[in-house]
Design a protein around this ligand. Structure first.
Ligand SMILES: Cc1cc2nc3c(=O)[nH]c(=O)nc-3n(C[C@H](O)[C@H](O)[C@H](O)COP(=O)(O)OP(=O)(O)OC[C@H]3O[C@@H](n4cnc5c(N)ncnc54)[C@H](O)[C@@H]3O)c2cc1C
Ligand code: FES
Length: 281
């Protein structure tokens, strides 16, 4: 059993949980995730680690309420327990001294990117973070983004006239200055369609672009094949080969989107997953 040590409501239908899980905390690295099973009849659902304390033996993750498991999880309180937590899973994000790194985040990526930003900052990168949210009410976690970024650009639609810049517009502006103000790497943890747009924007400029892919996962260990995606024409499993992938090597985006959207309902589209660049997410 994994006891809940702390719970915080960060915004409408957005929660942070801190869970005692010493073995996961001891090995966690930026970009990795855990799989949670709430109770004996629960589904296996993945969440990216947004923080951890190796000495204290705790891990944090932030989740959006989108369906049955996250609804149930939102009702849990400090002192309640989670039946199973497995992790850390996936490969850590690749972190090195790149130069100027532009990071794009939306939804839970706003919190889940923080360990990656912290690690990139630790390697002396200059970081510009573009954060997208449907409106200011649903823009959480700005302070942490500011702490680990040199500059934060906000893309929300409630800027007065109901039409704010899209995250992709903010990226376009930065790319227009490249290579005079060079961008050496782009990292995205946001909605699938925004990641696709980002990939196509940086492709002609050959700016290395790394995406945190989140296809449906079941076992999280490379056995079931649910999380497969095409990378350089080969099947790769996001749970063991990713979740971070070189966006320019990913193929069959239409298939990825179709698979993702086949499970999306109106409830999901209402969440900040929706990137506003298309009707899908
Ligand atoms: C590597 C990875 C990391 C993730 N990190 C986070 C995170 O930090 N915070 C967060 O809020 N969400 C995260 N997600 C998505 C999260 O797993 C889903 O929101 C959750 O499973 C929804 O479950 P549900 O029962 O509440 O909703 P459901 O009604 O079951 O699903 C709602 C939507 O969530 C997606 N989803 C459902 N089950 C899964 C699954 N097993 N794997 C992936 N996606 C699923 C589907 O696209 C579906 O449309 C991550 C997903 C992956 C693959
Ligand atoms: S979740 Fe089963 S192979 Fe990745």
């Amino acid at each position: 059993m994994f006891p809940i040590i702390a719970k915080e409501e960060l915004g409408p239908s957005v929660f942070r949980l801190r869970v005692r899980a010493p073995l996961i905390a001891a090995k966690a690295q930026p970009g990795q995730f855990l799989i949670v099973v709430l109770d004996e009849k629960g589904e296996r659902v993945p969440f990216t680690l947004s923080d951890w304390d190796a000495e204290g033996g705790t891990v944090d993750f932030v989740f959006l309420v989108v369906g049955p498991t996250t609804e149930k999880m939102a009702r849990l309180q400090v002192g309640d327990t989670i039946a199973h937590c497995v992790g850390p899973l996936g490969r850590p994000s690749h972190v090195d001294t790149f130069g100027h790194v532009v990071c794009l985040v939306s939804g839970y990526g706003i919190a889940a990117m923080v360990p990656v930003l912290r690690a990139l900052k630790g390697k002396d990168n200059q970081i510009t973070t573009i954060v997208q949210a449907p409106d200011k009410k649903r823009l959480f976690g700005l302070e942490a983004l500011k702490e680990w970024s040199d500059k934060v650009l906000v893309a929300t639609s409630d800027n007065g006239n109901g039409k704010g810049p899209l995250a992709s517009d903010q990226l376009r502006h930065l790319l227009a200055e490249h290579p005079n103000q060079p961008i050496h790497r782009v990292v995205a943890m946001c909605s699938l369609c925004l990641m696709w747009v980002v990939t196509e924007l940086t492709r002609p400029l050959r700016i290395p672009t790394f995406l945190h892919m989140t296809p449906i996962m079941v076992d999280g260990t490379g056995m079931c094949g649910a999380c497969r995606l095409q990378v350089e024409g080969t099947n790769r499993f996001a749970c063991v080969h990713g979740p971070e992938f070189d966006g320019h090597k990913i193929g069959s985006w239409d298939v990825l989107l179709a698979r993702r959207c086949s499970y999306a309902d109106e409830n999901v589209l209402q969440q900040s997953y929706s990137c506003r660049t298309c009707s899908q997410w």
